[in-house]
Design a binder for this molecule. Structure first.
Ligand code: PMP
Length: 395
């Protein structure tokens, strides 16, 4: 009989020449299990998705219950669907005014596309500024604003008007002008290998946007829902975004994204032209129910409040390792800087052979990504670190 592995290589469009190609039969909490009965500790959460762990019982229950009531009914924005309105109420209750209107989509890229369109519609400008090594998604619009030319070049021409700024460089803020519709920023750059925005720099960025009438769009697709030790990364910075985008950890493992702005701004999509931004599946009711359940788990268990101590525990157990050149971390989003891409690749293999799943970063292939479910226990962190240290000794 043809194996799933053979089918994977024959019929699934590849994204790289060397996929992990590891088959998982089921997953629970921080553990993934292969059909052969091996267990693997997930230290990357499907890239910052499984913040409440795999198959959290509350999320599974919400999916089961909602899927029995109704699944897709109608394109986004027409019918009143309890999972969507309750989720929008929950999200806006966690955000400061005037971030009180939620547009539900399916992914981080789609959230950022919507935010870009909204900024153009509101300001009547088309220039979008963004930072070197920023990642905002893989669609044409998102690609046009990411900060890595090697990813963009083969797909040019891309939508025009992107202005590239240098992260944490005050001088580059002079490129934000009265022509700039919006600046996109990840307050902690994820795919760059966990680069934190400096507080002073982010404050200057906010000020410059205010001076030029430019909207500040904060991409919390990777940092949202507890990962950095606050519910949202912007809370570390004391700034108010004009638009904020979410996905990944939002759905507790189900696909959903959103961009949030003021009611007043969002209304502009409803006229001139009517249906200015539309989506068939955005805010799918089963995903919305899962997202609400996941947020309630984070809030009730105060998972975001546990992140700082867990980060410290990782640091405590890894800081002495001589193979690690430096550690950059923002809560449970961590980069262990090694000396090269090859060392990282060898490490990933060695760690996986010992039952630990790690990864590298899109724009920083010489660092190891550590971003476990926020539910990871202290014992699991200690176990993970012992394997990481063992694998590092062998690279
Ligand atoms: N923004 C950021 C900061 C991300 O990390 C990602 C995904 N890595 C995206 C946007 C794109 O999200 P998606 O893959 O859901 O389109």
């Amino acid at each position: 009989m043809i194996s799933n592995r053979q089918l994977f290589f024959q019929h699934l469009a590849p994204t790289s020449t060397a996929p992990l190609a590891l088959e998982i039969a089921h997953a629970k909490g921080v553990w993934m299990h292969t059909p052969e009965g091996e267990r693997i500790l997930d230290l990357i959460s499907g890239i910052s998705v499984s913040n409440v762990g795999h198959c959290h019982p509350a999320v599974v229950k919400a999916v089961e219950e909602q899927s029995k009531k109704f699944m897709h009914l109608m394109v986004y924005g027409e019918l009143i669907q309890a999972p969507q309105v309750l989720l929008a109420q929950k999200i806006t209750s966690m955000l400061p005014e005037p971030l009180n209107s939620v547009f539900f989509v399916n992914s981080g890229s789609e959230a950022n596309e919507g935010a870009m369109k909204l900024a153009k519609r509101i300001t009547g400008r088309f220039e979008i500024a963004s930072f070197n090594k920023a990642y905002h998604g893989s669609t044409h619009g998102c690609l046009s604003i990411i900060g890595d030319e090697s990813f963009k070049r083969p797909f040019r021409p891309l939508p025009p008007g992107n202005v590239q700024l240098t992260f944490n460089d005050e001088a580059s803020l002079s490129l934000i002008t009265e022509k700039t519709a919006a600046v996109f920023v990840e307050l902690v750059q994820g795919e760059a290998g966990v680069i934190k925005g400096e507080k002073k720099f982010i404050a200057s960025l906010r000020r410059k946007c205010d001076e030029t009438g430019t909207l500040l769009i904060v991409d919390e697709v990777q940092t949202g829902f507890g990962r950095t030790g606050k519910m949202f990364a912007f809370e570390h910075y004391g700034i108010l975004p004009d638009i904020i985008t979410f996905a990944k950890g939002m759905g507790g493992g189900m696909p959903i994204g959103a961009f949030v702005a003021s009611n007043e701004m969002m209304r502009s999509f409803s006229n001139n032209p009517v249906l200015g931004n539309i989506t068939t599946f955005g805010g799918h009711p089963v995903s919305a129910a899962a997202a609400l359940a996941s947020m309630n788990v984070i809030l009730h268990e105060r998972l975001h409040d546990t992140v700082k101590d867990k980060e410290q525990l990782f640091l405590q157990h890894l800081a002495e390792n001589k193979k690690i050149i430096s550690i950059r971390s923002a809560g449970l989003l961590m980069a262990l800087q090694l000396d090269s891409y090859n060392t990282v690749q060898r490490f990933i293999d060695l760690a996986l052979q010992r039952g630990i799943l790690t990864d590298w970063f899109l724009f920083c292939d010489s660092a190891i990504r550590i971003a476990p479910p926020l539910t990871i226990t202290n014992e699991e962190i200690e176990y993970a670190c012992s394997i990481i240290n063992e694998a590092l000794d062998l690279v």
